[in-house]
Ligand binder design. Structure first.
Ligand code: ADP
Ligand code: MG
Length: 343
């Protein structure tokens, strides 16, 4: 007699999907990151009903070979790393080979792609847990279009946790903002129920970047922020630091990127809080858009499946660098702050 049996791969994916796919916004994050990893310069995101009914993402990246299409949907299938050593210096946003497997196990998904050199496009479709992927010829320029319909249609317990269309779209829009602020060179369009919500042209010059920041964070932030750009060893910190006069009642305008990846990190938050400590009233929150760049080997991104957390090899150096640069920038614009901190 036996009581233990192996889960079917798709059931295992559905269970694992809980880690990566929480709501439409997390699907959009994973898919747009895939487009970026594929070298796309234009990504169009179309959603219906807050993304619950449909998320459609079209890019002009490298596309996927016909023979890789079905494989791309299986767990631990990735083109981004092959050796354990690759993890040490991973530069792509994805690498775990989990997103498509997870998403396809809890939705109706189709993936259509064409590559440079392939004579025709192909499409693969899966639905639910037990269906084998179905391949069919399609029409598509070089690049990829992915359609995710009816998220959680086969996992009612998960679907129950979804909020209103408006709330879900709000989360999704946040994701797009973060990505737009970390990839200035990419054109993004976000449409909701056929209406264009954000149209962001690629930004190369400082002026164009300012414009994108103003579009994403609001013009008032840009008017009340100082630019910083500082280097120490192999670390660089640059971006926009909101003046104390632009403090907020909520921590809703705080963007921190490490090597192009959005992160939420205790160490980073602590350094920022310390730097603003003397210039902000209690209960007020600073606004900032900051980019930390450092040797990928100095930061571990493989801490959590959503990759929101990181671990710095030399966390003390990172903390000191952040604090001193921000403190310096704020002292320059508010002289009293300088005095207070020197006493
Ligand atoms: P990961 O991004 O961790 O590699 P995913 O499940 O997100 O895993 O994707 C699996 C693979 O499918 C990727 O490694 C990549 O080769 C391919 N892929 C997914 N989306 C795209 C895309 N938009 N353009 C090109 N290739 C893609
Ligand atoms: Mg991915």
């Amino acid at each position: 007699m036996k009581r233990i049996s192996l889960l079917s791969p798709r059931l295992a994916n559905q269970i694992a999907a809980g880690e990566v796919v929480e709501r439409p916004a997390s699907v959009v994050k994973e898919l747009v990151e895939n487009s970026i990893d594929a070298g796309a310069t234009r990504v169009d995101i179309d959603v219906e009903s807050g993304g619950v009914k449909l998320i459609k993402i079209r890019d002009n990246g490298s596309g996927i070979l016909k023979d890789d299409l079905a494989l791309a949907l299986s767990r631990h299938a990735t083109s981004k790393i092959t050796e354990l050593e690759d993890l040490e210096a991973v530069a792509s946003l994805g690498f775990r080979g989990e997103a498509l497997a997870s998403i396809s196990s809890v939705s109706r998904l189709s993936l259509t792609a064409n590559t440079e050199g392939q004579t025709e496009a192909w499409s693969v479709r899966v639905e639910g847990r037990d269906m084998e992927p179905v391949l069919s010829p399609a029409s598509h320029p070089t690049g990829t279009t992915i359609e995710v319909r009816d998220l959680f249609y086969n996992t009612p317990a998960r679907r129950k946790f979804l909020r209103t269309e408006k709330t879900e779209f709000g989360h999704l829009e946040e994701v797009i903002k973060r990505i737009a602020l970390s990839h200035f060179d990419i054109n993004f369009q976000l449409r909701h129920n056929q209406r264009v919500i954000h149209q962001l042209r690629s930004a190369h010059s400082a002026l164009e970047k300012d414009r994108r920041v103003a579009t994403v964070c609001g013009p008032a932030f840009l008017e009340q922020a100082v630019c910083i750009d500082a280097q120490a060893g192999d670390m660089r910190l640059w971006g926009w630091v909101g003046l104390p006069t632009f403090s907020r009642s909520q921590a809703d305008l705080q963007f921190f990127f490490v090597n192009g990846r959005v992160i939420r990190d205790k160490l980073v938050s602590h350094a920022v809080r310390q730097a603003y400590r003397d210039v902000l009233y209690n209960g007020r929150h600073p606004a900032f858009v900051l980019y930390l760049e450092l040797d990928p080997a100095g930061v571990d991104v493989n801490v959590h499946p959503t990759k929101h957390e990181v671990r710095f090899r030399d966390s003390r150096a990172v903390h000191n660098f952040l604090f001193s640069q921000l403190h310096h920038a704020l002292a320059e614009v508010s002289p009293e702050h300088h005095l207070i901190s020197q006493n």
